[in-house]
Design a protein around this ligand. Structure first.
Ligand SMILES: NC(=O)c1ccc[n+]([C@@H]2O[C@H](COP(=O)([O-])OP(=O)(O)OC[C@H]3O[C@@H](n4cnc5c(N)ncnc54)[C@H](OP(=O)(O)O)[C@@H]3O)[C@@H](O)[C@H]2O)c1
Length: 278
């Protein structure tokens, strides 16, 4: 039976993936800095002393790079070398639709995984619908001011449900034939943030509107919220790219890989109505 080490296993995609893997009969070992039960294993990117034990008996890895680290190659490369020595054959890397192979940051990891791991998949999802719920700048500004503040102008994004990303990840991890490709994963429609705000209002009754600010203003807001300046600038730059149309695309990866349609934003907000209003 396959044992999968799920890095980021307590996070948005990892927790959904671990549950979905178990439904498929696979063993999901949840990597976390703070293990609380037998399904968890202690794992800290900053402490390589935790890596070998986490990899013991594992043949597949779901890889989420250290969060907020602009260049993660120096940390991830030795981890991958350990993983391959420990018998890992397959790695599924979570990257981003905004990052092509070879670009700095996640793009460098994409190249690393493709060129060093025998069986590989890179997931390149668009923006998560869960950004509207969790401890994310979008969700925080909705909660505090009824505003979604971005630097996207009228640019559109094909928001995707993290459960659909997890469903693609399950197939990439468990299918007999490795995918050996990069999947650009989107929801079924591209929406501007003003459209998304209107959906939230229509479904929940909450008054929510979109306000677009300059890229510099947005970076300053991220820094004020506690993000390191370099990471804040990177995030704000992604918004600027959305404004220029970079995310205005829809792919058929979710239906093609999972056999069912991707969830729409209206369906997502309806399913999580209480998280918005509670
Ligand atoms: N949000 C979006 O719209 C979007 C779009 C495309 C791509 N992405 C990419 O998605 C990734 C984030 O994935 P996610 O949202 O599923 O994760 P997440 O919810 O942000 O969770 C992060 C996970 O990382 C773990 N973690 C944090 N620091 C760690 C450390 N030092 N060592 C080991 N684990 C650590 C945390 O586990 P513990 O606290 O339990 O240790 C947590 O489970 C990022 O790479 C981002 O670029 C996001």
């Amino acid at each position: 039976m396959s044992a999968v080490l799920v890095t980021g296993g307590t996070g948005t995609t990892g927790s959904l993936l671990a549950a979905a893997l178990r439904e498929q009969g696979a063993v999901a070992r949840i990597a976390t800095r703070t293990p609380v039960d037998g399904e968890h294993v202690r794992f800290d990117w900053a402490d390589p002393g935790t890596h070998d034990a986490a990899l013991s008996g594992v043949d597949r890895v779901y890889l989420i790079a250290p969060i907020g680290v602009v260049d993660a190659v120096p940390v991830v490369e030795p981890f991958l070398a350990r993983a391959l020595r420990a018998g890992v054959r397959r790695v599924v890397l979570l990257s981003s639709s905004a990052v092509p192979e070879g670009a700095p940051g996640l793009g460098a990891l994409h190249h690393l995984v493709r060129t060093t791991v025998p069986e590989w998949t890179v997931l390149r999802p668009s923006w998560f619908m869960q950004n509207f719920l969790a401890d994310h700048p979008v969700a925080r500004s909705v909660r505090t001011s009824g505003e979604i503040v971005t630097a996207t102008g009228s640019g559109r994004v094909a928001f995707v449900d993290a459960a659909d990303i997890a469903a693609v990840a399950v197939r990439a991890l468990l299918d007999e034939v490795p995918h050996d490709t990069a999947h650009v994963i989107t929801g079924p429609e591209a929406l501007g943030y003003a459209d998304a705000a209107a959906v939230v209002t229509e479904v929940t009754g909450l008054p929510v509107r979109h306000r677009s600010v300059s890229t510099d203003d947005l970076a300053a807001r991220h820094v004020a919220a506690g993000y390191p300046p370099e990471f804040a600038a990177l995030l704000a730059g992604l918004d600027e790219a959305i404004g220029a149309g970079a995310e205005d695309r829809v792919t058929s990866v979710v239906p093609d890989v999972t056999g069912r349609p991707a969830r729409s934003f209206a369906e997502f907000v309806t399913a999580h109505r209480e998280a918005f209003t509670g």
